[in-house]
Design a binder for this molecule. Sequence first.
Ligand SMILES: NC(=O)C1=CN([C@@H]2O[C@H](COP(=O)(O)OP(=O)(O)OC[C@H]3O[C@@H](n4cnc5c(N)ncnc54)[C@H](OP(=O)(O)O)[C@@H]3O)[C@@H](O)[C@H]2O)C=CC1
Ligand SMILES: O=C(O)C1=N[C@H](C(=O)O)C[C@H](O)C1
Length: 267
Amino acid sequence: MPNSSILVAGAGGRMGKAIVAEILRTPGASLAGGFERPGGPDIGKDIGVLAGLDAIGLAVEDAADNGLSRAGVLIDFTTPKVSAENAKAAAAKGVAHVIGTTGLASDDEATIAEAAKSVPIVKSGNMSVGVNVLTALVEQAAKALDESFDIEIFEAHHRAKVDAPSGTAQMLGHAAARGRGVELADRQAPVDRSGARKTGDIGFSVSRGGGIVGVHEVSFAGMQEVITLSHSAIDRGLFAKGAVAAARWAVGKPPGLYSMRDVLGLG
Ligand SMILES: NC(=O)C1=CN([C@@H]2O[C@H](COP(=O)(O)OP(=O)(O)OC[C@H]3O[C@@H](n4cnc5c(N)ncnc54)[C@H](OP(=O)(O)O)[C@@H]3O)[C@@H](O)[C@H]2O)C=CC1
Ligand SMILES: O=C(O)C1=N[C@H](C(=O)O)C[C@H](O)C1
C-alpha cells in the first residue's frame, strides 16, 4: 500500500494551520509533520498546539530538513518560488504534491509541470467545491451570452494577501474566456481602466481589507440586464478540507498535473 502520510509546507501560515487541524480531525488521515522557512519563528513548536489543538509531540521542522522521506504526499500553501522548489524536491523523492499557492510565474508553472512528469501533482487556485462549481457555471454563461455582455470579475480578500488578482479570479477569467472561445491573455482589460470599455474585454477589480476570507463575483453586464454569479468563503477551513481531500486522492495516482475538478469528479 502506498504511503499516504501528509507533510505540510508552511505549517505555521494561515492555511498551514488550518490544514494541520483538518488532517488531525479527519478519520484515517495521517500527519507526517510540517516545516517552515529556514530560521522561521515557529520551528520547534508543537504542530498541534500551533494549529490551535492539543499537543501531538511533533515539532515544526526547518525547510532544510523537511521530512519528505517520511511522507507520501506534501500539501503546500506557501509562496510561488518555494512551491516550485518543493515540486522539484518532492518529485525527487517520489512524493505526491498538492499545491494551493497562487501568484505563480510562468517559470514556476514550468518547473511544476516538469515535476508532474514524475509524480501526481494537484494544483488549484481554489480548493473549494463551491468555486470549482462556479467555474463551470461561468464557462457555461460565457458560452451562452454574446459579447454584448461585458464580463467583469471582482475579488475581495484579507489585508495580508500579497498577489492580485487572486488565483481564483484568474481561474474564473480563464473559464469565461474558454466559454467565449478566446484566450484570456488576448482579452484581459488593461490595468489602467480609463477610457471607454472595449467590446470583448474581460475586466478585473480587486479589494483588500480586514479579515475577508475570499469573495468572488463574475458579472455579465448587458444594456438591459446584468447576471452576477458569486461565491463567498466564510472560513478558510473550507480550502483546507479541499486540500486534504486532494492529498488523499492523489496518493497512488499516475504522474500528471491534476486540478480540483479531477479530484471532485467535475470533469
Ligand atoms: N488554493 C486555495 O484554495 C488557496 C490558496 N491560498 C494561497 O496559499 C498561499 C499561502 O496563503 P496563506 O496561508 O494565507 O499565507 P501565509 O503567509 O500565512 O503562509 C505561508 C507560510 O509559508 C511559510 N514559508 C515561507 N517560506 C517557506 C519555506 N521555504 N518552507 C516552508 N514554509 C515557508 C511562511 O513563513 P513566513 O511567514 O515566516 O515567511 C508562512 O508561514 C497564498 O499563495 C494564497 O493565495 C490561500 C487560501 C486558499
Ligand atoms: O490568499 C488567500 O487567502 C486566498 N487565496 C486564493 C486565491 O488567490 O484565489 C484562494 C482564496 O480565495 C483565498
